[in-house]
Design a protein around this ligand. Structure first.
Ligand SMILES: Cc1cc2nc3c(=O)[nH]c(=O)nc-3n(C[C@H](O)[C@H](O)[C@H](O)COP(=O)(O)OP(=O)(O)OC[C@H]3O[C@@H](n4cnc5c(N)ncnc54)[C@H](O)[C@@H]3O)c2cc1C
Length: 569
């Protein structure tokens, strides 16, 4: 029997940071379907926010205000407050863990500008910030190997919940195909986002909604799933990210006529308006036929920054352009388009990472979540750049601490291990029995296409309804797919089929909650309801699984310091 005091699923920033907290006193299992340092956190480029005030005077209050305004006032402000206050301490702690940050001339941690932040507060390691932080944390995890056992390339299928308390997970060892049950006093999910639901995305292959769906199937609602962030600068047709840091360093956005079109949309912040606004501006230019060379793309122009600055601050972006499309941004602009990037919604938690199951914050004992898979909610309807690495770190720590406190006094729960295992074995067997003819690749591509087209930057009722119908058709076809590998060892096809099932459900959830929110706020824009409607919709959505599909309820938004105002830039 495998047993850990605390079992953490996911080894990105949130998972590793929480492991470091729990291992101070208890024994930890850290499980990841990819090798830990290949988690998507390692792809983060631009920076991590904190009001250090190293370049200009700054304060956590200003950081908080920018975050709330950026989130279109849907953020829970009590959580935003502790989060912005914690930021400077967390940065110095990462530095002491060994994270190498870029420096100012006098040796302080350098900070650059980012969209929606009124002060330069992005701390960075050139344009490889996530890589630097993830590896520093990985080193700390390895240093604590005595109390942290890593399960690398293990796949989490589902939660074990007995009488309303979470007491373990059912997992597979990907290498051997063995299905195992892990008993735990507490489980922390740090499973990241679900950008792979969309055709054009910056997200890694592992970002497939497994954690959100495992929680959903265990009776936990999902919060604010209609809010998906589109990043303004993904590589045209491929989505690979060119960090907002490029614009933070001064790059321009140009339409097909060579105009800096942001003047029309956000005259005071221009290219450094929040992402929802810039992505919509780009899409509007493209839809009006002002894309570059009549195509569905915009230009990101860095030429005026010069080679020296690009090589010092943005070397990875330059290399990505050269490697993927043969364009050197020192001499030519890069073609970009809005790309699905971040999930503001997720598993609802309180400020301590405790998962809650209703509008009254009733906890599910033993179950915690942190990082992108969780919805605290510090980002509200739209996340500001550099606020996510900060969230994963701050709430990774807080969640680890709370799970540690809980597990210290909790006992292992008794449950029927065979029964839990049988549920997963049955699912796998059912997949192996399929002798259909449908291609899973076709189903995946059609899902991505319809989500991009009908549930993307702009949405309306007709498109969303048609999107939901298409997704439901694909769910049906998913049960009739052609399975070619029925072996046990390293059967990646099997996990891809399960992941696709999760994504199809997630796609339906996103579109269903998007249809219900009849207003425009942050990353959710309805062309048939173009205004924000605080009267009806200043509330979080909670979507539950119900007998006949889904049920949507709501939850109050916590407003403390900053009353909702019109949002202009
Ligand atoms: C290209 C890119 C650039 C970004 N740049 C920035 C930036 O500069 N600043 C910023 O603040 N934010 C940035 N972000 C966002 C930020 O990186 C992420 O939101 C954050 O790193 C998420 O961390 P996490 O720990 O929650 O999850 P992740 O790092 O995504 O880790 C998820 C973990 O869960 C595991 N997992 C998932 N499902 C399962 C399963 N079924 N079984 C086992 N394990 C599972 C995975 O293996 C992985 O270890 C960027 C995102 C992208 C995609």
């Amino acid at each position: 029997m495998i047993k850990h005091d605390v079992l953490i699923v996911g080894s990105g920033l949130a998972g590793m940071r929480s492991a470091l907290e729990v291992c101070k006193d208890l024994d930890v299992g850290l499980l990841s379907k990819v090798y830990p340092s290949r988690s998507h956190s390692g792809a983060a480029q631009g920076g991590i926010a904190a009001a250090l005030g190293n370049s200009e005077d700054d304060s956590w209050e200003e950081h908080m205000f920018d975050t709330v305004k950026g989130g279109d006032y849907l953020n829970d402000q009590d959580a935003v407050e502790i989060y912005c206050q914690a930021a400077p301490r967390v940065i110095y702690e990462l530095e002491h863990f060994g994270c190498v940050f870029s420096r100012t001339a006098d040796g302080k941690i350098a900070q650059r500008s980012f969209g929606g932040h009124s002060k330069p507060r992005a701390c960075f390691s050139a344009d490889r910030t996530g890589h630097a932080i993830l590896h520093a944390l990985h080193e700390q995890v390895l240093k604590n190997a005595k109390s942290i056992k890593i399960y690398s390339e293990w796949y989490m299928h589902q939660l074990v919940v007995v009488e309303g308390r979470c007491c373990g997970v059912v997992v597979s060892n990907v290498r051997t195909g063995e299905v195992e049950v892990i008993h735990a006093k507490a489980v922390i999910f740090a499973t990241g986002g679900y950008g792979r639901v969309y055709k054009i995305t910056t997200n890694a292959f592992a970002s497939t909604a497994d954690g959100a769906l495992a929680a959903f199937h265990a009776g936990v609602p999902l919060e604010d799933t209609e809010f998906v962030q589109f990043h303004p600068s993904g590589l045209y047709r491929q989505g690979i990210l060119f960090s907002e840091a490029a614009r933070g360093e001064g790059a321009y956005l140009l339409n097909g006529n060579g105009d800096r079109f942001m003047e029309e949309y956000a005259p005071s912040r221009m290219e450094l308006a929040p992402r929802d606004i810039v992505a919509r501006a780009e899409q509007s230019e493209i839809d009006a036929g002002r894309g570059v060379n009549g195509e569905a793309c915009i230009h990101l122009d860095l030429r005026h920054l010069g080679e020296a600055r690009i090589m010092e601050r943005l070397p990875q972006i330059r290399q990505l352009g050269i490697d993927f499309i043969g364009v050197d941004c020192v001499n030519e602009p890069l073609p970009i388009q809005p790309s699905a990037h971040y999930s503001m919604g997720g598993i609802p938690t309180d400020m301590h990472g405790q998962v809650v199951v209703d509008a009254d914050n009733t906890p599910m004992a033993g179950f915690f979540a942190a990082g992108e898979c969780a919805c605290v909610s510090v980002h509200g309807a739209n996340r500001l750049g550099t606020n996510s690495l900060l969230e994963a770190t701050v709430f990774g720590e807080r969640t680890g601490r709370r799970a540690l406190e809980y597990a210290r006094s909790a006992e292992f729960a008794a449950f029927n291990e065979g029964h839990e295992k049988a549920r997963v074995l049955k699912q796998i067997e059912e997949i192996f029995q399929r002798d259909g003819t449908e291609s899973y690749n076709d189903i995946r591509n059609e899902m991505k296409e319809v989500m991009m087209e009908k549930c993307g930057v702009f949405r309306d009722a007709d498109n969303l309804k048609s999107c939901i119908a298409t997704i439901q058709g694909l769910q049906e076809r998913h049960t009739k797919g052609r399975v070619t590998d029925k072996g046990r060892l390293f059967n990646t096809e099997l996990y891809e089929i399960i992941e696709l099932g999760n994504m199809l459900k997630m796609a339906e959830i996103i579109a269903t909650t998007a249809l219900a929110r009849q207003e425009s706020r942050g990353g959710h824009y309805r062309t048939d309801f173009p205004k924000r409607d605080d009267q009806e919709f200043l509330k979080h959505s909670l979507v539950y699984q119900s007998e006949d599909g889904m049920e949507i309820k709501s939850k109050k938004v916590i407003v403390t310091k900053y009353q909702p105002k019109e949002r202009t830039y």
